[in-house]
Design a protein. Structure first.
Length: 356
């Protein structure tokens, strides 16, 4: 009895399947029984059904290559092509191990980027919440007390009360709304690669996002070239395997230029949309017939850059954020407490000149 063909897997599900295949093939276990046993332990129903169907087809005598050819939409094209070439060359375990390692490295790089900005962003959000609480629930009551006793107010208190009572907060809200609307309009109206290119211009973090995409693309391109695929196809498949839409679009464009007979290093040097440091490595690889090595060297270079900048940002951003928060806290505390000191001094009959 034949099972229905499994539904196409998402990129994330396909990566999980590749990881399971990698573990099974690397351990030298029989593929069909191992996949069937794995399917029973996976909570993702669609992935479990896909593994069960795959195990059934293998047990019926079909090869993994024939199964993927008969259901071309089961896996993303970049992964299906890689598994097919690995099966033909008898090098499937190593190919899958490298594919899983690329995915893990990309995830680690993404985690490094998030860690670099997580603490400052959290600190700023927490400060904003506390500021809103003090401004909306504490300051109005204090301002009423100050008005009843006709207390002299310092400039920072006057500014804070203007922001609250005279419409200053509306101006801030309008500016924030305009910025948010502009961001939404750009995100909706621009294509994914063009929007991603704008995001990559954010200081400090933007280049890290670009380096991550180029590193993933370079490693995948090297892996495809190692399997003997032509350069244009390797570039195109590697572009399909990266999550960065801008780098993916550039990879497709470079593949099309190479098909037209242009050298890859020449195309990179004329457009300069990808990092300039990639150009000499690719040119060297083309001239020496060592493009896979050049791509691997490039990916290692960009990965190291991300790690170094991540460490740098984690070293300098928290102190800067702390100083900004501390200054804001002093300003708010002064705006609320200095009039209280004036009021207490007035009520106690102390000399006003000391506080004026």
């Amino acid at each position: 009895m034949s099972l229905p063909q499994p539904n196409p897997l998402s990129d994330n599900e396909a990566r999980q399947l590749a990881e399971h295949l990698s573990l099974v093939t690397q351990a030298g276990l029989p593929l069909a029984p191992a996949l069937r046993a794995t399917a029973q332990e996976i909570p993702n129903r669609r992935l479990s059904q896909a593994l069960t169907a795959l195990a059934h087809d293998l047990e019926s005598g079909q090869s993994l290559e024939n199964i993927l050819e008969s259901n071309p939409h089961f896996l993303p094209p970049y992964m299906r092509r890689l598994i097919e070439t690995g099966s033909r060359s008898g090098n499937l375990p190593e190919v899958l191990v490298q594919l899983v390692e690329i995915d893990r490295t990309s995830a680690d790089l993404g985690s490094s980027i998030r860690q670099a900005i997580a603490y400052p962003v959290f600190l700023m959000i927490l400060t904003g919440v506390l500021t809103v609480f003090l401004a909306w629930y504490v300051m109005p009551q204090l301002s009423q007390v100050f008005a009843d006793f006709k207390t002299a107010l310092p400039m920072q208190t006057v500014v804070l009360m203007w922001l609250l009572r005279e419409g200053g907060w509306r101006l801030v809200a309008i500016l924030c709304a305009i910025i948010l609307i502009v961001i939404v309009v750009l995100r909706v109206s621009l294509s994914a690669p063009r929007w991603r290119r704008i995001v990559m211009r954010i200081p400090f973090v933007g280049p890290m996002l670009l380096w991550r995409g180029v590193a993933d693309w370079s490693r995948l391109a090297a892996l495809y070239l190692d399997q003997g695929l032509p350069l244009p196809e390797s570039l195109s498949l590697a572009a399909a395997g990266v999550n960065d839409s801008f780098v993916a679009a550039e990879g497709v464009r470079l593949s099309q230029s190479v098909v037209m007979g242009r050298k890859l290093g020449e195309v990179l040097s004329t457009t300069r949309r990808l990092p300039a440091s990639l150009i000499p490595l690719v040119s060297w690889g083309e001239n020496q017939g060592a493009l896979p090595e050049a791509f691997r060297t490039a990916s290692e270079m960009f990965e190291n850059r991300i790690q170094l900048r991540s460490v740098l940002l984690q070293s300098i951003l928290p102190p800067i954020a702390f100083i900004v928060v501390l200054l804001l806290a002093f300003w708010l505390i002064g705006a609320m407490l200095l009039p209280m000191v004036h009021l207490i001094n007035d009520l106690s009959g102390g000399p006003k000149s000391l506080l004026s």
